[in-house]
Design a protein around this ligand. Structure first.
Ligand SMILES: CNc1ncnc2c1ncn2[C@@H]1O[C@H](COP(=O)(O)O)[C@@H](O)[C@H]1O
Ligand SMILES: [Zn+2]
Length: 343
């Protein structure tokens, strides 16, 4: 598979965390814009981001979650959040992502409320739509380590914002360190979101926790983030319930939940015709792009152009875009494959 074919291909990204998607160059730009200068310490800290974490698997996952704290400091002001959101969208657009579902955890601090956090992002998404020729939707994240009360507040806000911006606010994500908290605590809030018509894209089976995974699947949702430790029976359940699985190759390898690309569960899902898509998760923290993730998938699992087309179609279908938007995306994708048959 040709790198330039994947690079110029119009792509759909369904699983991207805002703060994790800030790339190193963009963090440097942001530092300059916010502080006027980047201290040596700042530059040293950035360098640590893209280094492979060492230690046992649990350490690797925990270290990954520590990295987000640095980004959170940069996006703790209105200006920082606005600039960071724009840079993330710009970087996805420059990788030819033409449809992006960005997810983020609303944060309250002395500079802004959770409501303001969401509104700043929504205004930036609107501004970026024309500027970068990209459709961007928002998924509101619940951090499982913050407990059910915060989750309840966030779901209420998400419903309010969806009513105000129905074409932008599409769904809910449950994320955060998978080793902390339990799904049961969020059932009530997630049910409320479901009843309100919000879609659910939940992190599920990112670590080995068969019971919780089963509870989640029985609750049912729309898209499964990672799905690394789904049993074969649970994979069948996903198939039956039409759940698409968001596979984040480099994220899983760098966090140590998957031992190598060749051992990634995408291979099993692909071979068993389970609806799966390739996503970046945190392209900043994991120093990757959607193009690179697709290239890894092609090289590791022997995907050809037809397979890549299938993945693009899966992503369009599983997106939370409107029917009309999906038609436009499909048309553009079809045209690209038709025009580039010989590459
Ligand atoms: C690596 N696998 C992962 N598993 C679970 N949650 C993850 C994650 N990667 C990121 N996040 C979640 O997204 C937040 C950063 O973006 P936002 O501040 O929300 O924009 C992290 O703090 C974590 O809660
Ligand atoms: Zn994720």
């Amino acid at each position: 598979m040709d790198l330039s074919f994947l690079k110029t291909m119009p792509k759909v990204e369904l699983h991207a965390h805002l703060n994790g998607s800030l790339k190193m160059d963009s963090i440097q730009e942001l530092g300059m814009e916010l502080y006027g200068d980047n201290s040596d310490e700042f530059l040293r800290e950035i360098k640590h981001f893209v280094e492979f974490a060492s230690g046992n698997d649990e350490d690797k996952l925990n270290k990954c979650f520590q990295k987000f704290q640095f980004m959170h400091k940069l996006t703790a002001t209105k200006e920082g959040l606005e600039l960071a959101t724009e840079k993330v969208i710009r970087d996805f657009a420059s990788d030819n992502v033409f449809y992006l579902e960005l997810r983020t955890t609303p944060k309250a601090n002395s500079n802004m409320s959770r409501r303001q956090y969401i509104e700043i992002i929504l205004h930036t998404l609107e501004d970026c739509h024309k500027k970068y020729d990209i459709i961007v939707k928002l998924l509101v994240s619940i951090d499982r380590s913050q407990g059910h009360q915060v989750a309840e507040e966030i779901i209420d806000l998400a419903i309010e914002m969806r009513n105000k911006y129905p074409s932008l606010v599409k769904g809910i994500d449950l994320s955060g360190n998978p080793a902390i908290g339990c799904f049961e605590d969020f059932v009530e809030s997630l049910q409320k979101a479901k009843n309100a018509g919000l879609k659910l894209a939940l992190h599920c089976a990112e670590i080995d926790n068969e019971m919780e995974t089963q509870e989640m699947l029985d609750f049912n949702f729309d898209r499964c983030g990672h799905g690394t430790f789904l049993t074969s029976q649970q994979v069948e359940q996903c198939k039956k319930q039409l759940i698409t699985i968001e596979c984040c190759l480099t994220s899983n390898v760098k966090c140590g939940t998957v031992k190598g690309y060749d051992l990634h569960h995408f291979k099993y899902l692909f071979e068993n015709k389970v609806k799966a898509v390739i996503c970046t998760d945190d392209c900043g923290v994991f120093d990757s792009t959607l193009t690179e993730e697709l290239l890894i998938a092609c090289r590791t699992y022997g995907l050809n152009k037809e397979h890549v087309y299938g993945l693009s179609k899966n992503a369009i279908e599983a997106s939370f875009a409107s029917k009309e938007e999906k038609q436009v995306m499909l048309k553009r994708t079809d045209e690209y494959f038709k025009d580039n048959q010989d590459i």
